[in-house]
Design a protein around this ligand. Structure first.
Ligand code: HQG
Length: 169
């Protein structure tokens, strides 16, 4: 299941071409076509979508897409949303000098990914080593005109977080 989930994320976020798939402008692909390209059953795909720990995928009108995390060009058409006063970003110590100089940047993805809870941010940071959690003053950012969006699976997205809104949690 985890392996299939990773293959699905790779196809829907980063490399649809490798499976001969083309995403529509909002990141959707026909579910039948997707199932065929992966060479699995529809039931297996539906099981991954339903049981995914992070609800990484959405199915709608016979189509599937990744809820966030793309590196290929897509526009998810998410509405601007008012963020909670504080959001969190999980990273590792070696990135801190750059982050406190340049702010949080989206790197290969479209947006900086922020978590609503410290716990989730710890998990995100742990992918790269000993986690460090940064608190983002989302209220101040929103008041200053930065636009936040929230993905269907509750990840907060913003193009950049300038360093002056960051502190170590
Ligand atoms: C760091 C996973 C240097 C940033 C997770 C991060 C998340 C900087 C890395 C989602 C920097 C980018 C996204 C700067 C940011 N200088 N380093 N100015 N600004 N960074 O993977 O947030 O499991 O693109 O701290 O759970 O780690 O795939 O972002 O370490 O929700 O669904 O550059 O991916 O979700 O890494 O993770 P990423 P992320 P999935």
């Amino acid at each position: 299941m985890v392996r299939l989930s990773k293959r699905m994320a790779k196809a829907l976020r980063h490399d649809p071409q490798r499976l001969g798939l083309t995403l529509d402008p909002a990141g959707w692909v026909d579910l039948d076509e997707f199932v065929r390209a992966l060479g699995v059953t529809e039931a297996q795909v539906l099981e991954v979508v339903a049981d995914n720990d992070k609800q990484r995928f959405a199915i709608e009108d016979g189509r599937i897409r990744a809820n966030q995390g793309h590196t290929v060009e897509v526009s998810l058409d998410l509405p601007v949303a008012e963020p909670p006063a504080e959001l969190y970003h999980g990273t590792v110590g070696r990135f801190l000098p750059d982050i406190f100089r340049d702010g949080l940047r989206p790197m290969a993805r479209h947006d900086v990914h922020l978590s609503a809870t410290v716990e989730t941010a710890v998990r995100v940071g742990s992918r790269r080593g000993k986690p460090v959690v940064l608190a983002v003053d989302a209220a101040a950012m929103a008041a200053d005109g930065h636009e936040f969006r929230v993905s269907a699976n509750g990840v907060w997205l913003v193009p950049v977080v300038p360093a002056n809104y960051l502190r170590e949690h």
